[in-house]
Design a binder for this molecule. Structure first.
Ligand SMILES: Cc1cc2nc3c(=O)[nH]c(=O)nc-3n(C[C@H](O)[C@H](O)[C@H](O)COP(=O)(O)OP(=O)(O)OC[C@H]3O[C@@H](n4cnc5c(N)ncnc54)[C@H](O)[C@@H]3O)c2cc1C
Length: 465
């Protein structure tokens, strides 16, 4: 019987296992249902030798501990890029952040956006916004909301913005500086978010998944059980049952499987069904397009692009071959695009047609010039893509997470804790690290309980070596 049982070999579960080893605690076991480590941060190589992430993954680290681990895992294995992001709309590219570059819009829409900003300034109020739609409309005005924020956010979240709370916003939506916006218009100046100080790095080989495979390889292999799916959790007996019928007992369970599935597969299913029903999520479809030749001039330095219009199904496309030449079999002869399409009951997606619609969307938005360039496509469906920060999310989490903890179950990570604002790779890995420290050393967990602190200035993170 391991003292610590971990579910999931994504960043959260691997982070927990790594920390236990660091603390000299070897009394643990990790169960992962798939044959590979990485979870949503994994990568795959398709039959044509193209590497794909499961959605464009970039390292946005808030923790020095995470940075140090990344350096250590892939010592010579990184490429550094400027974060060049754009919005494609009205048949043109507009640099990101959108609100600082509205001078690129058609004249009437630019005027609408500026008038909206002035209106927003006049209507400032201290009252808390009811929902995300009200938040962005009050912050940016009705013009930018109509032209960009409303259509784009529906495409990303797959739910109307009235159904989202505002808690997750911390660092995600900048409040515009009207003076700056006007200066940019009069000076005809691009005000971009990239540059030498705004860079990110990406593994040279193997996609984002290389990071997590390297971490899994560091751990004692006899304690990692791949292909082991947890089908039942008896929180009273502190025992899980696997798909092969075997049982594993534990003292503490650290789970990174989706919280709603964990509850549904446990002895708490009936008692907490109503709370679990309040959790909302969207699915993500990933479509990779393998292409002949090299990236065209207008995409040569771009990282990712946002697409608010309905002439394409995707909300974001990454020029994935720009992240590493090794993401394609031969960089002199191939390049690649990776599109993300969200899905929910409010925004259904036809899986039989989404690949074709994506290729057509790439033509409509001038990402590619002709179908003849396409060598092949790649498709992956993620049943859990984004943990939606819905209006009643925290009501559910405030009941479910403490109820589980009382029974020795610690649900952490992107879908384990269901907090979008702390659901990137760094946050997830640190949730794994911090819960171990909490259980073994009695320290407080920052990331899950204090997202604003986690997303504040970069911190060292706990450091027992
Ligand atoms: C489209 C998209 C884009 C993203 N972009 C970025 C980005 O740019 N930067 C960034 O840092 N992060 C990004 N992320 C987030 C990143 O993928 C997550 O932070 C990270 O993967 C979460 O780690 P996790 O371990 O909590 O969960 P997961 O990665 O989901 O891992 C959970 C693991 O549990 C396993 N599991 C589930 N159920 C069971 C079961 N019953 N039994 C056993 N095992 C089970 C799963 O197979 C999986 O391996 C993105 C995610 C998506 C979907």
């Amino acid at each position: 019987m391991p003292k610590y049982l971990i579910i999931g070999a994504g960043p959260t579960g691997l982070g927990a296992a790594w920390r236990l080893e660091q603390l000299g605690i070897h009394d643990w076991e990790l169960l992962e249902k798939t044959p590979d480590a990485g979870g949503l941060a994994g990568s795959v190589v398709d039959d044509h030798g193209f590497t794909w992430d499961l959605g464009g993954h970039v390292q946005f680290s808030h923790y020095r501990l995470f940075d140090e681990l990344m350096d250590d895992l892939l010592p010579d294995g990184w490429l550094t890029h400027e974060r060049e992001a754009w919005v494609w709309m009205r048949d043109r590219f507009i640099p990101y952040p959108f609100q600082n570059n509205i001078r690129h819009l058609p004249h009437d829409e630019m005027v609408e956006c500026v008038c909206g900003l002035v209106q927003a300034l006049k209507n400032q109020s201290d009252a808390l916004p009811r929902d995300f739609a009200e938040q962005f409309e009050r912050a940016m005005g009705p013009g930018i909301a109509r032209v960009f924020l409303r259509p784009y956010n529906f495409k990303v979240w797959a739910y109307p913005p009235e159904q989202l709370n505002t808690k997750w916003l911390g660092e995600r939506v900048a409040i515009p500086d009207v003076e700056r916006v006007l200066k940019n218009i009069f000076a005809q100046k691009d005000d971009v978010s990239w540059g030498p100080n705004n860079t990110f790095r990406f593994p040279k080989h193997g996609g984002t998944g290389a990071i997590w495979r390297a971490l899994a390889a560091r751990l004692p292999q006899q304690r990692l059980r791949l292909g082991a799916e947890v089908v039942n959790v008896d929180t009273a007996a502190r025992r899980v049952r696997l798909a092969d019928g075997t049982n594993v007992e534990y003292e503490y369970l650290i789970s990174s499987m989706p919280l709603d599935v964990l509850i549904a597969r446990s002895d708490l299913a009936t008692q907490y069904a109503a709370d679990t029903d309040k959790l909302v999520y969207s699915k993500t479809n990933i479509v990779g397009i393998g292409l002949k030749g090299t990236a065209p001039e207008h995409l040569k330095t771009k990282c990712w692009m946002y697409f608010p219009e309905d002439n394409c199904p995707f909300y974001r496309v990454t020029v994935f071959s720009n992240y590493s030449p090794n993401n394609v079999p031969d960089a002199a002869k191939n390049w690649s695009l990776m599109a993300e399409i969200s899905e929910s009951p409010a925004k259904p997606v036809d899986h039989a047609r989404v690949v074709e619609e994506t290729v057509q969307g790439a033509l409509n938005t001038k990402l590619i010039a002709s179908r003849d360039e396409v060598t092949h496509t790649f498709f992956a469906h993620l049943p859990y893509g984004y943990p939606t920060p819905s209006l009643r999310r925290d009501e559910a989490l405030d009941v479910l997470l403490p109820a589980l903890a009382k029974r020795g179950v610690y649900s952490r990570g992107r879908f384990g804790a269901w907090k979008y604002e702390v659901s990137n790779q760094d946050h997830s890995m640190m949730q794994g690290v911090e819960v171990v420290d909490h259980l073994a050393l009695g320290t407080d967990e920052i990331t899950i309980w204090h997202p604003a602190v986690a997303n504040g200035p970069k911190k060292k993170g706990p450091v027992p070596k």
